[in-house]
Design a protein around this ligand. Structure first.
Ligand SMILES: Cc1ncc(COP(=O)(O)O)c(C=O)c1O
Length: 414
């Protein structure tokens, strides 16, 4: 029977090859309907940090399903959401104690931006209505999120005429560019609600890295001008860069942090926007209008919170961060041979992220097909081939992913 097919994300439905049918996942493997098995090199868009079907998360979700799959968070709380809130507050640095839930990374960014805007309104400060963000950044597909993405390579060029006018500059990387950054901040301080960036790794718009010192310098400048620093840890959170949160490496205290992706170990949609006490207190008032004006229907869903609690258990009981350190060494040693190929512009590794950047944009569909024929699920984009697998992948499987990248890079060079 010819069943109707879903309209897929970021896919030219006319020319893209027919999609494969996944029927089962286990550990780092995806089983296809035609019997093929692929080793997953990207953990379902970087979510499945413990691999697929981890029994501890499965059992927690099953147990929650029996007692209460969902209850609205409007005027009511439940044990999984209270426990998760307390744990996130304890794990995040500084005064980040106030957790607002949603169901996707993009929406958690919308909420962070709204929170920052309303923070200034509630404090009686007028005119702070814009954000400063960075080229090569990606923060999601909803309208406020699109407005702070890279305006050229950020996938949202088409909408530039309807997006809010933000200030988007190169990420400073040395003292001269930090000086320029400070000048920009100084010139626009009165109209900025905050500065937003992905800490250490700008992921979906090009897999670009920066050093903790840069992050810490940005933080100092932002706070010197009494602006809010919003860190988007949606991709970097939960161990990916070697610490539970990337901002820990710069020893800074952001005002707002967004989390999603690996929050539930890649099992359920859940996101969080976490704010400091200073932000939260600006919303406390006897005037109803000063409350945060947001409330997604499924925010704080108990199944998702149970999954997130189980995922945090695994960070406590299994050696995830030590595994990331081992992955970093293996990725660096393995991918370094790619530096010798003429098509390669750069090879870089940070934590459990390995990137081979090509000099030119390849035929992406062809490259993706080559990876599938190597028995791996790797999805290059733009000029970037990258690996971001589960954090508990074993070294043989990781080597198979690395070998596939080397094979494809070599084939692209000849
Ligand atoms: C850093 C970052 N922010 C925001 C998002 C958007 O998250 P979502 O796709 O869940 O809306 C992503 C997704 O890739 C991301 O990597």
């Amino acid at each position: 029977m010819n069943l109707k097919q879903p309209w897929l994300p970021y896919r030219q439905m006319q020319t893209a090859p027919k999609s494969m049918m996944a029927v089962r996942t286990e550990g780092v493997r995806i089983h296809l309907a035609d019997g093929r098995i692929l080793i997953d090199g990207i953990g379902s868009w970087w979510t499945a940090c413990h691999g697929y079907n981890h029994p501890h998360i499965r059992q927690a979700v099953q147990k929650q399903l029996e007692s209460m799959p969902h209850i609205m968070l409007g005027g009511m709380v439940h044990e999984p959401v209270v426990r998760l809130t307390d744990r996130l507050a304890r794990l995040l640095p500084g005064e980040l104690n106030h957790v607002f839930y949603s169901e996707s990374g993009s929406v958690s960014i919308e909420i962070a931006m709204k929170m920052a805007l309303q923070y200034w309104i509630n404090r009686g400060v007028n005119g702070r209505t814009r954000f400063l963000s960075f080229r090569d950044g990606y923060h999601g597909d909803t309208f406020a999120a699109m407005s702070i993405c890279d305006p050229v390579d950020g996938m949202h060029r088409l909408f530039k005429d309807v997006l809010a006018d933000q200030i988007i500059i190169d990420l400073p990387r040395d003292s001269q560019s930090l000086h320029n950054f400070e000048e920009k901040i100084s010139a626009h301080a009165d109209e900025l609600a905050g500065v937003i960036l992905e800490p250490l790794v700008q992921a979906a718009a090009g897999m670009k890295f920066h050093e903790p010192e840069v992050l810490s310098a940005i933080s100092s400048i932002v706070h010197r001008y009494d602006l809010l620093l919003i860190l988007d840890e949606i991709a970097t959170g939960f161990g990916r860069t070697g610490t539970l949160f990337a901002c820990e490496q710069a020893a800074i205290e952001p005002d707002i942090v967004t989390l999603s992706k690996a929050l539930t170990g890649g099992t359920m949609p859940l996101a969080a926007t976490v704010a400091t006490g200073n932000i939260y207190e600006a919303f406390l008032s006897d005037e109803y209008e000063k409350a945060l004006m947001h409330g997604p229907t499924f925010c704080g869903n108990p199944l998702a919170c149970a999954a997130a609690n189980a995922s945090l258990d695994l960070f406590e009981t299994e050696p995830r961060l030590a595994q990331v350190t081992m992955m970093e060494s293996q990725l660096e040693a393995g991918l370094s041979v790619c530096r010798d190929y003429s098509v390669v512009a750069d090879v870089r590794v940070k934590g459990a992220i390995g990137v081979v950047q090509l000099l030119h944009r390849p035929d992406i569909n062809h490259l993706r097909e080559q990876f599938i024929s190597q028995g791996v699920w790797v999805r290059p984009f733009g000029d970037v081939i990258y690996l971001m697998p589960a954090l508990n992948i074993n070294s043989d499987d990781l080597q198979q992913l690395i070998d596939a990248v080397i094979h494809v890079v070599k084939a692209t060079s000849s």
